[in-house]
Write a protein that binds this ligand. Structure first.
Ligand SMILES: Cc1cc2nc3c(=O)[nH]c(=O)nc-3n(C[C@H](O)[C@H](O)[C@H](O)COP(=O)(O)OP(=O)(O)OC[C@H]3O[C@@H](n4cnc5c(N)ncnc54)[C@H](O)[C@@H]3O)c2cc1C
Length: 603
């Protein structure tokens, strides 16, 4: 077993592999390069080779990719990352690696089995000649010589704000100034790409402010950092929504972003000949056309409510709204509240209504995976995103790369044992929940909520206490499909009548290409197809297998149109690769895309 090999032998094995790999690539011998991989191998590339986000599965796919990309990539300089000692366990040797390409510098991760590569991750880290000015190359901030034409930082910022989008066109317009839009904006600013972020709301962070009162992030602080600027170490583990909103607002200032609040994009059209978008915006009531070369929709994966259309909704006399419009529990004390849905928002809203003295019923229409927050933190995220992980030397950057290094095709195999442990630890809790009639599942293949998130973006609850309310009957549970609404009740298909003063539709969100339909055209929305999901052929994630998340952070079937979003971790990490793709285009570098995804589903 490799676990018993001395560390110098482990390192020597990696060096031997890298040297053979580097030689084969330099010689253009793609057959030899592919032969260095195991038969069941994976190569996940984030922009470095493919100018795409792509996983190649198997030697033939790797060889085909190399045949096409090697002439322009010119990879070289493969080495073990300084200070990153390879480690071996369970027959697998892991190593962090560095390399270079014609365009820039890359980093990656390698897993070897019996001397051959099982998984390879390659990522583009920076573009040569367009490096970010950080650390030793940071801006001076001041000119230490007499200069009668001296301007201050503030004057420069004001001048930029008065010109960009008015007399000078930005290279990129980002529609949506939530965490995704501003994180990408920060990266583009560091890369000196002129960009404007527009948002129809009045203040950065308003998307979080507008959400139900009781909301705190479900993910812990170590998972949630924005690019460049980490939360201070007194930041709560689970950030209250208004606190994260204030952080995002401060972030836009600190990172010097060109952020246009109160600005709504109404339409966008691409002129392929001119290589330019015309984005109509209404800014503080004034109509304006922005003409960027690239358009990013960062309008939110949880931004387009999926509002059901039940017969009788128009006759219901109480309050009814989608969970995204739920104002909080205050006005529903003593009222009969029916919450349709059984995932995160539904549980959070049921819990807050119950705490405020409402009579609450949850309607469960399909099964849900519930994991207790503390258990998920310990078993699911602890190794990478926790105080203990930080103490053991784990950085956010490294944790993100570890996550990225696991190909989606086999990620469930890594997840299943974790969820088995979670089930075991909280068996008594699940027994109580199921005894209360709650339909619980662990995902189609037992891989739990993280895979559900990646595959379908729904179907789970990270329990922060509300599940107990259902288990012990404080929140009543009704199961089944909704047949109709009457003036004062929700009626289920089995005839159960649930009297209601309030109905909350916690029924999720629509695919992000709906934003493209709304802003650009149905034709463009259909051309790019569904966003999100892996094609895993599991519930709500129809095949065929895609290998990567549909349309996210990578070129789409519509030239110069990009989608950005996801949770805080994904927005943080993948904004780097999207920013580099945009920068390369702005700098006029060749960016031949390998394996542009095909479209299999429209929504
Ligand atoms: C209840 C809930 C809890 C969540 N909890 C977590 C969590 O714990 N951890 C986590 O990582 N993620 C969580 N998420 C998921 C995700 O992080 C959030 O949805 C987050 O807000 C997504 O950020 P975003 O920037 O992609 O989109 P959003 O925050 O939705 O921002 C999109 C912006 O686009 C703007 N916009 C839309 N259309 C236009 C237009 N035409 N013109 C101008 N502006 C426009 C909107 O005003 C909005 O501000 C949660 C989501 C929900 C709904």
């Amino acid at each position: 077993m490799t676990a018993t090999l001395p560390s110098h032998e482990v390192a020597a094995g990696v060096t031997t592999w890298l040297s053979a790999f580097g030689d084969a690539l330099s010689a253009g011998d793609t057959a030899a390069a592919a032969a260095l991989f195991t038969e069941d191998c994976f190569w996940r590339d984030l922009v470095a080779f493919t100018w795409n986000i792509k996983t190649l599965e198997g030697r033939a796919a790797i060889r085909a990719m190399l045949d096409q990309t090697l002439p322009w990539v010119h990879p070289r300089g493969w080495k073990i990352t300084d200070g990153g000692e390879p480690a071996g366990a369970g027959g697998v040797v892991e190593a962090w690696i560095d390399f270079e390409t014609a365009a820039g510098r890359g980093r990656g991760h390698l897993r070897l089995r019996e001397g051959r590569c099982w998984t390879l991750l390659t990522t583009l880290d920076e573009l040569r000649g367009h490096e970010e000015r950080r650390g030793p190359t940071r801006p001076k901030g001041v000119e230490r010589r007499a200069n009668p034409a001296r301007t201050t930082w503030l004057e420069d910022r004001e001048q930029e704000a008065s010109e960009l989008g008015i007399t000078e066109q930005p290279y990129v317009v980002i529609i949506g100034g939530g965490q995704a839009g501003i994180g990408l904006g920060a990266r583009l600013r560091q890369l000196r790409v002129p960009a404007i972020i527009i948002d129809k709301r009045s203040r950065p962070g308003d998307q979080w402010r507008s959400r139900y009162k009781s909301l705190c992030l479900h993910d812990p602080v170590w998972y949630d950092h924005m690019p460049y600027l980490k939360f201070p170490d007194n930041w709560p583990v689970f950030s209250p929504k208004d606190k994260i909103a204030d952080w995002l607002e401060s972030y836009t200032k600190i990172m010097e972003l060109n952020y246009w609040p109160d600005t709504e994009a109404t339409t966008a059209a691409y002129d392929a000949k001119a290589g330019q978008w015309a984005v109509q915006v209404e800014r503080d009531g004034e109509l304006l056309v922005l003409r960027p070369a690239q358009l990013v929709l960062a309008t939110g994966m949880s931004g387009r409510p999926n509002l059901p259309d039940f017969p009788g909704m128009d006759t219901f006399r109480g309050d009814q709204h989608h969970s995204s419009a739920h104002p909080g529990p205050g006005r529903y004390r003593g009222k009969r509240c029916v919450v349709i849905g059984s995932n995160n928002s539904a549980f959070d809203i049921c819990g807050a209504l119950w705490e405020n003295g409402a009579d609450v019923t949850m309607v469960q229409r399909s099964s849900t995976n519930i994991v207790r927050s503390a258990t998920l933190m310990d078993i699911g995220l602890g190794a990478l995103y926790s105080e203990e992980a930080v103490a053991s030397g784990m950085t956010t950057d490294k944790a993100d790369m570890v996550f990225a290094s696991i190909p989606y095709r086999i990620m469930h195999q890594f997840q299943i044992p974790l969820y088995e442990q979670m089930r075991e630890r909280d068996q008594e809790f699940y027994d109580r929940l199921e005894a209360a009639g709650f339909e619980h599942d662990w995902g189609d293949d037992g891989s739990g909520l993280f895979m559900k998130y990646l595959r379908r973006g729904s179907g789970y609850y990270i329990d922060v206490g509300a599940a107990d309310l259902v288990a012990n009957g404080d929140v009543a549970l009704a199961r089944g499909q909704v047949d109709r609404l009457t003036e004062d009740a929700v009626v289920l298909e089995d005839g159960t009548k649930l009297p209601a003063d309030l109905v909350v539709y916690a029924t999720g969100y629509q695919s992000m290409n709906g934003w493209a339909a709304e802003l650009i055209s149905q034709e463009v929305a259909d051309r790019v197809g569904k966003c999100w999901g892996l094609g895993s052929d599991t519930t709500k994630d129809p095949g065929p297998w895609e290998g990567e998340q549909r349309n996210m952070w990578k070129p789409t079937q519509q030239q110069a149109l990009w989608f950005h979003g996801g949770n805080l971790h994904q927005s943080r990490h993948y904004s780097l690769y999207l920013a580099l793709q945009l920068k390369a285009r702005q700098a006029g570098l060749p960016t031949p895309v390998y394996g542009l995804q095909e479209v299999h589903h429209l929504r």
